[in-house]
Structures are given as structure tokens and as C-alpha cells.
Ligand binder design. Structure first.
Ligand SMILES: [Fe+2]
Length: 134
């Protein structure tokens, strides 16, 4: 069983966003597997970098969609995205400089943050962006 599984209630009703969320879950699972296998720091760093890159891409896509839909809570949502990117990038920098390593604590944080963000914050825009093109 994967560390974090897709759940039907994660769906925001937009195929592209659902696919991007699934990709994020995949990367988190990949990182968890790499950690469990005791992969080398360089390998872990590569997956963390992929997570940072894809998270930025996904958040930008979501924000573009919310903008196109004139979503009222865009700024608050954007703040949450920025805070998350800062946290993951902060970790990446510590890891790159050998001051931190991928841990169960980090994995639990990523799983918890993404699940809650999708279920609570992303679901709020679901009705507003339906049928809108990013
Ligand atoms: Fe979001």
C-alpha cells in the first residue's frame, strides 16, 4: 500500500487539477520509498527537487485557474501556497547542505499538509472554477 493514497473525496471536479494532485501524491510516495530504502542523499535530493519543481508548477496552474474564475479567496489561497513552497524549499536547502535529511516526520508533514490542503482549501474553489479554462 502506498504511503499516501488518492481518495475520491480529493477530487475538485477538474480533471487536470486532479491529475496534478495525483502526480504530487506520486512524488511524495516516491520520496517515502527512497527514504525507506535508505537511498543516498543525492538520490533523495533529486526527488525533493522534483517535489519542489512540481509543487511550484501545480500551484501556479491553480492560481491561474482561480484568477481566470475571479475567485474571491485567491489571495488567501496564494499565501498558503507561498508558505508551503517556502517551507519545502527551506528543507531542500538544509538537505542540500547536509543539515537535514528526509525523515518520517517530514513525510508525515507532507502527507498531512497536502491532504488537508486539498480537502479544505482546494475544495473551496471547486464550485467557482467549474468549466473555467486556466
Ligand atoms: Fe491549492
Amino acid at each position: 500500500m502506498a504511503f499516501v493514497e488518492w481518495r475520491p473525496e480529493f477530487s475538485v471536479g477538474v480533471l487536470e487539477i486532479d491529475a496534478q494532485h495525483q502526480r504530487l501524491l506520486d512524488i511524495i510516495n516516491q520520496l517515502h520509498d527512497a527514504m525507506k530504502m535508505g537511498s543516498k542523499p543525492a538520490m533523495l535530493a533529486q526527488v525533493v527537487n522534483e517535489l519542489v519543481g512540481y509543487t511550484r508548477y501545480h500551484f501556479a496552474y491553480e492560481e491561474k485557474l482561480m484568477e481566470a474564475a475571479n475567485y474571491r479567496e485567491l489571495e488567501e489561497h496564494r499565501r498558503k501556497h507561498r508558505a508551503m513552497v517556502a517551507q519545502v524549499e527551506g528543507f531542500r536547502d538544509l538537505e542540500t547542505s547536509g543539515q537535514a535529511t528526509v525523515s518520517l516526520k517530514l513525510m508525515a508533514f507532507l502527507k498531512e499538509w497536502l491532504s488537508r490542503h486539498i480537502l479544505e482549501t482546494d475544495q473551496r474553489y471547486a464550485g467557482c472554477v467549474a468549466g473555467v479554462k486556466a
